[in-house]
Design a protein around this ligand. Structure first.
Ligand SMILES: [Zn+2]
Ligand SMILES: [Zn+2]
Length: 228
Protein backbone atom coordinates (compact mmCIF):
# COMPACT_ATOMS: atom_id res chain seq x y z
CA UNK A 1 0.00 0.00 0.00
CA UNK A 2 1.17 3.52 -0.83
CA UNK A 3 1.31 5.72 2.29
CA UNK A 4 1.11 8.88 0.20
CA UNK A 5 -2.26 8.24 -1.42
CA UNK A 6 -3.59 5.05 0.21
CA UNK A 7 -3.61 3.15 -3.07
CA UNK A 8 -3.50 -0.65 -2.74
CA UNK A 9 -1.03 -2.22 -5.14
CA UNK A 10 -1.94 -5.80 -6.00
CA UNK A 11 0.21 -8.58 -7.38
CA UNK A 12 3.42 -6.69 -8.24
CA UNK A 13 5.91 -4.27 -6.76
CA UNK A 14 6.41 -1.33 -9.16
CA UNK A 15 9.09 1.38 -8.78
CA UNK A 16 6.39 4.01 -8.38
CA UNK A 17 2.81 4.09 -7.17
CA UNK A 18 0.52 3.56 -10.20
CA UNK A 19 -1.91 6.08 -8.71
CA UNK A 20 0.15 9.03 -7.40
CA UNK A 21 3.66 8.27 -8.63
CA UNK A 22 5.30 8.15 -5.16
CA UNK A 23 8.51 6.07 -5.00
CA UNK A 24 8.50 2.57 -3.50
CA UNK A 25 10.10 3.66 -0.19
CA UNK A 26 6.58 4.95 0.58
CA UNK A 27 5.09 1.46 0.25
CA UNK A 28 4.14 -0.72 3.23
CA UNK A 29 2.68 -4.22 3.19
CA UNK A 30 -0.98 -4.85 3.95
CA UNK A 31 0.09 -6.49 7.26
CA UNK A 32 2.14 -3.44 8.29
CA UNK A 33 -0.78 -1.24 7.33
CA UNK A 34 -3.23 -3.23 9.47
CA UNK A 35 -0.85 -2.96 12.45
CA UNK A 36 -0.46 0.80 12.23
CA UNK A 37 -3.86 1.92 10.99
CA UNK A 38 -7.43 1.19 12.04
CA UNK A 39 -10.65 2.15 10.32
CA UNK A 40 -12.63 4.78 12.15
CA UNK A 41 -16.39 5.10 11.81
CA UNK A 42 -18.03 8.56 11.92
CA UNK A 43 -21.78 8.97 11.98
CA UNK A 44 -23.41 10.82 9.06
CA UNK A 45 -26.93 9.92 10.18
CA UNK A 46 -28.65 6.95 11.86
CA UNK A 47 -28.04 4.65 8.90
CA UNK A 48 -24.96 6.07 7.18
CA UNK A 49 -21.37 6.13 8.49
CA UNK A 50 -18.15 7.48 7.07
CA UNK A 51 -15.17 5.07 7.14
CA UNK A 52 -11.56 6.18 6.99
CA UNK A 53 -8.16 5.32 8.37
CA UNK A 54 -6.91 6.43 11.75
CA UNK A 55 -4.28 7.89 12.01
CA UNK A 56 -5.05 9.59 8.73
CA UNK A 57 -3.43 8.01 5.74
CA UNK A 58 -2.00 10.37 3.10
CA UNK A 59 -4.65 11.46 0.65
CA UNK A 60 -7.02 8.68 1.62
CA UNK A 61 -10.65 9.06 0.61
CA UNK A 62 -13.77 8.37 2.64
CA UNK A 63 -15.73 5.19 2.14
CA UNK A 64 -19.31 4.92 3.42
CA UNK A 65 -21.27 2.25 5.19
CA UNK A 66 -25.05 2.10 4.80
CA UNK A 67 -27.11 0.03 7.20
CA UNK A 68 -30.17 -0.96 5.18
CA UNK A 69 -32.86 -3.24 6.67
CA UNK A 70 -31.60 -5.90 4.21
CA UNK A 71 -27.98 -5.69 5.37
CA UNK A 72 -24.82 -3.58 5.19
CA UNK A 73 -23.67 -2.05 1.91
CA UNK A 74 -20.40 -0.18 1.46
CA UNK A 75 -19.88 2.55 -1.09
CA UNK A 76 -16.17 2.55 -2.01
CA UNK A 77 -13.66 0.90 0.31
CA UNK A 78 -11.13 2.05 2.94
CA UNK A 79 -7.41 1.75 2.16
CA UNK A 80 -6.78 0.02 5.47
CA UNK A 81 -7.82 -3.58 6.02
CA UNK A 82 -9.32 -3.72 9.52
CA UNK A 83 -10.69 -7.12 10.53
CA UNK A 84 -12.79 -5.66 13.32
CA UNK A 85 -15.28 -4.06 10.92
CA UNK A 86 -18.74 -5.50 10.58
CA UNK A 87 -19.21 -7.46 7.34
CA UNK A 88 -20.68 -5.72 4.31
CA UNK A 89 -22.61 -8.01 2.01
CA UNK A 90 -21.97 -5.90 -1.08
CA UNK A 91 -19.34 -3.27 -1.77
CA UNK A 92 -20.37 -0.98 -4.64
CA UNK A 93 -18.03 1.58 -6.20
CA UNK A 94 -18.47 5.09 -7.51
CA UNK A 95 -15.47 4.52 -9.83
CA UNK A 96 -12.16 2.70 -10.04
CA UNK A 97 -10.01 5.12 -8.00
CA UNK A 98 -11.23 4.02 -4.57
CA UNK A 99 -11.44 0.23 -4.69
CA UNK A 100 -8.54 0.19 -2.21
CA UNK A 101 -8.45 -2.85 0.13
CA UNK A 102 -11.65 -4.35 -1.32
CA UNK A 103 -9.77 -7.51 -2.35
CA UNK A 104 -8.64 -8.10 1.27
CA UNK A 105 -12.14 -7.47 2.61
CA UNK A 106 -13.56 -9.78 -0.03
CA UNK A 107 -11.37 -12.68 1.08
CA UNK A 108 -12.33 -11.95 4.69
CA UNK A 109 -16.06 -11.22 4.32
CA UNK A 110 -16.84 -13.23 1.16
CA UNK A 111 -18.79 -10.18 0.04
CA UNK A 112 -19.50 -9.05 -3.51
CA UNK A 113 -17.78 -6.23 -5.40
CA UNK A 114 -19.86 -4.27 -7.91
CA UNK A 115 -18.53 -1.63 -10.31
CA UNK A 116 -19.62 -0.12 -13.61
CA UNK A 117 -18.34 -2.13 -16.54
CA UNK A 118 -16.54 0.91 -18.03
CA UNK A 119 -14.40 1.30 -14.89
CA UNK A 120 -13.58 -2.38 -14.46
CA UNK A 121 -10.94 -2.97 -17.07
CA UNK A 122 -8.01 -0.59 -16.65
CA UNK A 123 -4.58 -0.89 -15.03
CA UNK A 124 -5.93 0.13 -11.59
CA UNK A 125 -9.08 -2.03 -11.51
CA UNK A 126 -8.22 -5.16 -13.42
CA UNK A 127 -6.47 -6.90 -10.46
CA UNK A 128 -9.73 -7.04 -8.51
CA UNK A 129 -12.20 -9.88 -8.72
CA UNK A 130 -15.54 -8.17 -9.34
CA UNK A 131 -18.80 -10.04 -8.94
CA UNK A 132 -20.98 -7.71 -10.94
CA UNK A 133 -20.15 -5.30 -13.75
CA UNK A 134 -23.27 -3.21 -13.99
CA UNK A 135 -24.14 -1.32 -17.15
CA UNK A 136 -27.39 0.37 -16.21
CA UNK A 137 -28.82 2.29 -13.27
CA UNK A 138 -30.10 0.03 -10.51
CA UNK A 139 -31.75 -0.10 -7.12
CA UNK A 140 -30.07 -2.16 -4.40
CA UNK A 141 -31.90 -2.44 -1.06
CA UNK A 142 -33.22 1.13 -1.46
CA UNK A 143 -29.89 2.52 -2.70
CA UNK A 144 -30.40 4.15 -6.10
CA UNK A 145 -27.40 4.02 -8.42
CA UNK A 146 -27.11 6.26 -11.44
CA UNK A 147 -24.35 6.32 -13.97
CA UNK A 148 -23.28 9.86 -14.91
CA UNK A 149 -19.92 9.30 -16.69
CA UNK A 150 -17.56 12.34 -16.60
CA UNK A 151 -14.67 12.14 -14.13
CA UNK A 152 -14.36 8.48 -15.19
CA UNK A 153 -16.37 6.71 -17.90
CA UNK A 154 -18.14 4.50 -15.40
CA UNK A 155 -18.66 7.10 -12.68
CA UNK A 156 -21.77 6.26 -10.67
CA UNK A 157 -23.52 8.33 -7.99
CA UNK A 158 -25.73 6.86 -5.29
CA UNK A 159 -28.69 8.10 -3.29
CA UNK A 160 -29.95 6.42 -0.16
CA UNK A 161 -33.07 8.05 1.28
CA UNK A 162 -31.96 11.68 1.86
CA UNK A 163 -28.19 11.16 1.40
CA UNK A 164 -26.27 11.69 -1.84
CA UNK A 165 -22.88 10.05 -2.50
CA UNK A 166 -20.66 11.84 -5.03
CA UNK A 167 -17.14 10.78 -4.02
CA UNK A 168 -14.51 12.95 -5.76
CA UNK A 169 -16.62 14.24 -8.66
CA UNK A 170 -16.39 17.68 -7.11
CA UNK A 171 -13.59 19.22 -5.04
CA UNK A 172 -14.87 21.47 -2.33
CA UNK A 173 -13.05 23.79 0.07
CA UNK A 174 -14.41 26.47 2.40
CA UNK A 175 -15.36 28.96 -0.28
CA UNK A 176 -14.40 27.26 -3.51
CA UNK A 177 -15.79 24.41 -5.55
CA UNK A 178 -14.52 22.89 -8.78
CA UNK A 179 -14.92 19.74 -10.83
CA UNK A 180 -12.37 17.02 -10.34
CA UNK A 181 -9.72 18.13 -12.86
CA UNK A 182 -8.49 14.55 -13.51
CA UNK A 183 -11.05 13.85 -16.20
CA UNK A 184 -12.43 15.37 -19.40
CA UNK A 185 -14.02 18.73 -18.57
CA UNK A 186 -16.94 18.66 -21.00
CA UNK A 187 -18.03 15.15 -20.01
CA UNK A 188 -17.67 16.02 -16.33
CA UNK A 189 -19.91 19.05 -16.90
CA UNK A 190 -22.47 16.95 -18.80
CA UNK A 191 -22.45 14.37 -16.00
CA UNK A 192 -23.04 17.07 -13.40
CA UNK A 193 -26.01 18.33 -15.42
CA UNK A 194 -27.46 14.87 -15.58
CA UNK A 195 -26.90 14.48 -11.81
CA UNK A 196 -28.73 17.76 -11.31
CA UNK A 197 -31.73 16.48 -13.29
CA UNK A 198 -31.81 13.29 -11.23
CA UNK A 199 -31.68 15.22 -7.97
CA UNK A 200 -34.98 16.95 -8.78
CA UNK A 201 -36.90 13.85 -7.78
CA UNK A 202 -35.23 13.64 -4.36
CA UNK A 203 -35.34 15.55 -1.14
CA UNK A 204 -31.65 15.37 -0.19
CA UNK A 205 -30.36 16.48 3.18
CA UNK A 206 -26.70 15.37 3.30
CA UNK A 207 -23.93 14.97 0.70
CA UNK A 208 -21.08 12.53 1.16
CA UNK A 209 -17.88 13.26 -0.74
CA UNK A 210 -14.35 11.84 -0.83
CA UNK A 211 -12.99 14.13 1.91
CA UNK A 212 -16.11 15.72 3.38
CA UNK A 213 -19.73 15.18 4.25
CA UNK A 214 -21.97 18.19 4.64
CA UNK A 215 -25.46 19.68 4.48
CA UNK A 216 -26.93 19.40 1.01
CA UNK A 217 -28.24 22.95 0.91
CA UNK A 218 -24.82 24.57 1.28
CA UNK A 219 -23.31 22.07 -1.16
CA UNK A 220 -26.02 22.55 -3.77
CA UNK A 221 -25.71 26.31 -3.71
CA UNK A 222 -22.06 25.93 -4.73
CA UNK A 223 -22.75 23.03 -7.12
CA UNK A 224 -25.21 25.05 -9.19
CA UNK A 225 -22.54 27.68 -9.87
CA UNK A 226 -20.58 24.98 -11.75
CA UNK A 227 -23.40 24.03 -14.11
CA UNK A 228 -25.01 27.41 -14.84
ZN1 LIG B 1 0.29 6.53 -4.15
ZN1 LIG C 1 -11.47 9.77 -8.82
Amino acid sequence: MCKVCGFNIIGHHPANCPFCGASQDNFITAEECSQVYKVMKTKVNNKVYCLNSEPSLGLEHNAYKIETPQGIIWIDCPSTFDKSLERSKINVFTHHHFIAAANLYKSHFSNELWIHKYDSNNSIANKYDFDKLFETDFNLDGIHAFHIDGHTEGFTCYVYEDVLFVCDYIFIREETIKFNPYGPYQRTLDGAKSLNERLKSYDIFKVCGYDYFMEFEAWYEKFTTLID
